[in-house]
Design a protein around this ligand. Structure first.
Ligand code: AMP
Length: 507
């Protein structure tokens, strides 16, 4: 089935209900959203973009974002949403790797993206050229038939091997991800709102699907991103409002709510995840904001969620093991099985720590054009998440660590290898190794250990990184050292670096 049927049905059932809002203004209703999608599909076809092909979306959150996605899907074309915080070079790489026919991007980066794409035949289109969405001279296309296995969304994660990997998601995964949200996070009725302060290219984009299915309103903040005061004002305006928020965003919401001196109004559920939430933080959030929280733990390879900690459990302190559960990431979502396995893939007994593995219809089809990476990630039908955790006898999962090297700063994943590669392109840098440092505000910040063979300042390295990688990935701290700790095989010992960093910080 083509996912666009969800929108077509919403347009028949709730034609006049708001589908997309920009701030407090309705931007289009469901009739209008379906028409934009059907016209957009006609336009894509007129541009030679055929069913089975792909288009990339490299935009901050704008009202046009979702209509573009639905237009592509209506035309049987898969979307490749790209994190707007990435460098144009990185975005162009993803667009080329996924073989996108078009890349829809912000005005400000169009030329840079086009230059990176070169003469590949791929075109970068700026926001000002999206008029086709509202052009009523265009015919309304019929929905292109698709199977459940056809790619719908290629979700590019940063790869531990340095290059991002495209997680291939089809109707099968999106359908069950959506059902998981409805069954464990928040049910949706017509008129319920979902706010999108978090990037639509990631969790927030996935969270919009249940709202289209049931006639809810998708609210894109005027700021195009996350502003805690704006978010709380939008919840009060729209009411019954939910949102996806990384733990850093939850902390900001709590800070702003405290300064306002009263509990925020209009909230349904703040669905948090994407990085560890500390017990003290969620307890404070509950006290300040109220009983509006649900947690999800997932990854691009198993979208939206592997486990969830529903609102009812978070709001039940009478449970004897309440605090233990609050510190966990909940239990397996309805559509998957979770098991803890050792490095050989053997299932471990309850309570033992090992790699978190997951099996079920939400698990990706594989990585786009990377069969070896797919074979390494999905073994005997089980997705190896790279996260380490343990299950208790009631099925609650506690995350103890994650794939050793990844840094999560402000809810965004940063893979050290990418940062190290950027640093190593500077002529003064002989060796570089990057680790995370605990940071009260961002969760973690990036620390770079560098060995140099000629004089260079932290400012110069910072400027260099800015020209190579996304801003949020660049190191916040530099430590200049004469050599890096290594094992017998010459592999840099990251654990030793973390210890050195802690000792340096406390010295
Ligand atoms: P991504 O694929 O970008 O969504 O990143 C997924 C990774 O983020 C997971 O493999 C975990 O390491 C981490 N993560 C996601 N949700 C949670 C959570 N609720 N608590 C702790 N870490 C999380």
């Amino acid at each position: 089935m083509n996912i666009a049927h969800w929108l077509q049905r919403a347009a028949l059932q709730y034609p006049d209900r708001p589908a997309i809002a920009h701030g407090t203004d309705v931007w289009c209703d469901y009739r209008g959203l379906a028409q934009r999608a059907a016209r957009g599909a006609t336009w894509l076809r007129s541009q030679g973009v055929m069913p089975g092909e792909r288009v990339a979306i490299f935009l901050v959150n704008t009202p046009e974002y979702l209509p573009l996605m639905w237009a592509a899907w209506w035309a049987g074309v898969a979307t490749v949403p790209i994190n707007a915080k990435l460098h144009p070079k990185e975005a162009a790489w993803i667009a080329a790797h996924s073989g996108c026919q078009r890349i829809f991007c912000d005005e400000a980066v169009r030329e840079a993206v086009q230059a990176e794409l070169g003469d590949t035949g791929h075109a970068a289109l700026a926001l000002s050229t999206f008029d086709f969405l509202g052009d009523d001279r265009l015919a309304l296309a019929a929905i292109e038939p698709r199977t459940d296995a056809d790619p719908v969304w290629l979700f590019y994660t940063s790869g531990t091997t340095g290059r991002p990997k495209g997680v291939n998601l089809s109707m099968r995964q999106l359908r069950w991800a959506c059902m998981g949200y409805l069954s464990m996070v928040q049910s949706v009725s017509p008129g319920d709102a979902v706010l999108h302060p978090a990037p639509l290219s990631h969790g927030s984009g996935m969270c919009h699907l249940p709202y289209v299915l049931h006639g809810g309103v998708n609210v894109v903040p005027r700021s195009g991103g996350f502003d805690a005061a704006e978010c709380l004002a939008l919840a009060a305006h729209w009411t019954r409002a939910s949102l996806f928020a990384a733990p850093t965003m939850v902390r900001r919401l709590v800070d702003v709510a405290k300064t306002q001196g009263r509990r925020p109004q209009g909230l349904a559920t703040i669905c948090y995840g994407g990085g560890p939430m500390y017990l003290a933080d969620i307890e404070e959030a509950l006290a300040v904001v109220g009983p509006h929280f649900a947690q999800i733990y997932g990854q691009g390879e198993c979208p939206m969620m592997i486990t969830a900690l529903p609102r009812t459990m978070i709001n039940d302190p009478s449970q004897p093991r309440y605090r233990e559960r609050l510190a966990s990431v909940g239990f397996a979502q309805s559509m998957v099985e979770v098991s803890i396995r050792d490095s050989e893939g053997v299932e471990l007994p309850t309570g033992e720590m090992g790699e978190i593995c997951v099996r079920g219809d939400v698990v990706m089809n594989g990585y786009w054009n990377q069969p070896e990476a797919t074979a390494a990630a999905i073994v005997d039908g089980w997705l190896r998440t790279g996260d380490v955790g343990r299950l208790d006898e009631d099925g609650f999962l506690t995350l103890l660590d994650r794939s050793k090297d990844m840094i999560i700063s402000g809810g965004s994943n940063i893979y050290p290898r990418e940062v190290e590669e950027a640093l190593l392109t500077h002529e003064a840098v002989a060796e570089a190794a990057v680790v995370g440092r605990h940071d009260a505000e961002w969760g973690e910040s990036v620390v770079a250990f560098v060995v140099v063979h000629q004089g260079v300042t932290a400012q110069e390295l910072d400027a260099h990184c800015l020209s190579q990688i996304a801003r949020f990935k660049r190191p916040k701290h530099y430590r200049f050292v004469s050599e890096l700790p290594k094992n017998h095989y010459g592999k840099v010992l990251k654990t030793s670096l973390r210890t050195m960093d802690q000792e340096g910080c406390s010295a």
